[in-house]
Design a protein around this ligand. Structure first.
Ligand code: SAM
Length: 288
């Protein structure tokens, strides 16, 4: 749980039991928001060099300087791997960045969005409009509640499900367990794809292996895609993917110029390359 002790001499210090023995700091100019919601502590900070930053329970969720890498990959890898995504579900992602990216896809007709903490949405709309602009699209239906409970009520409804959860500590923990993934599979239409926040291949190997094992057991195809991003622990994060049909490691159709021109990280080449893992990671996942 975050507190004033994490801000010292103009620096924000992030430490977490999930990546023991290391810390990450950003220089901040101003605390813009600092309050506990029903579920977690929410902090928004003006950093000196990385734009505004959102932290939940003291863990950095995004900075304006590099959030595009994560949002673009988590949204566009599954959406472009699917030949024609029409119905999409997003769980978590209260800042709106994933919604912003999904809305670039003209084939998408409806986007159900389930976030547990209404306050994250409200605070993002107030302080992070470049992400929360994602909420403006009329295709979005907002549901406030636990993503696991929401998924259990859905059967064969979605082409793509994206889980933009916080780490497996606090309210996000349930989203890293097998019963949730069983619910995700049941909520997918035939040929559907799930993509979930998959933590770091360097720092969270137990978690990555667990998610890879679950998706391997449940889905026809499974993959792990790596993203470079300076302000997540170790400078990287992954996406854990499961497919009921389409190949995951390439776009199903050419990426339209009209979408590509709006993006800063995603390209078809990066899509394919992100599934090529370092030798240790390849060996680790091959042992499953
Ligand atoms: N990718 C970012 C990261 O890990 O740094 C996560 C960004 S997004 C802000 C994470 C969101 O997941 C938060 O707004 C949090 O409230 C939401 N969340 C956590 N547990 C949830 C649950 N069980 N159901 C729905 N949303 C949840």
């Amino acid at each position: 749980m975050e507190n004033q002790d994490q801000i010292k001499d103009g620096w924000f210090f992030e430490t977490c039991p999930l990546w023991p023995g290391m810390g990450f700091s950003l220089e901040i100019e101003k605390i813009l928001y600092h309050k506990k919601s029903r579920f977690q502590h929410i902090g928004v900070y003006q950093t000196r060099h990385h734009g505004k930053m959102l932290a939940l329970d003291g863990i950095i969720q995004l900075t304006e300087s590099d959030e595009f890498a994560y949002q673009e990959m988590l949204a566009h890898v599954p959406l472009f791997a699917h030949p024609r995504p029409e119905q999409v579900l997003v769980i978590g992602g209260g800042d709106g960045g994933i919604l912003r990216e999904i809305c670039r896809h003209g084939s998408v007709k409806t986007i159900d969005f389930c976030e547990i903490d209404e306050e994250v949405i409200r605070v993002s709309k107030e302080f992070l409009p470049s992400l929360a602009c994602g909420f403006d699209d009329p295709r979005i239906r907002v549901h406030i509640g636990d993503g696991h409970a929401f998924v259990l009520e859905k059967k064969k409804e979605y082409d793509v499900i994206i889980v933009d959860s916080s780490d497996p500590i606090g309210p996000g923990d349930v989203l890293f367990k097998k019963p949730f993934y069983e619910g995700l599979k049941a909520a997918l239409k035939p040929g559907g794809i799930v993509a979930t926040q998959g933590e770091s291949i360097f720092l969270h190997q137990e978690c990555v292996l667990r998610l890879a094992k679950i998706t391997k057991e449940l889905f026809i195809k499974q993959g792990y895609s790596c993203i470079m991003i300076p302000t997540y622990p170790g400078g990287n994060i992954g996406i854990c993917l499961g497919s009921l049909g389409p190949d995951l490691n390439k776009p199903a159709e050419p990426v339209p110029d009209q979408i590509q021109d709006q993006l800063k990280y995603y390209t078809p080449e990066i899509h394919a390359a992100s599934f090529v893992l370092p030798h240790f990671a390849k060996q680790m996942l091959a042992r499953l």
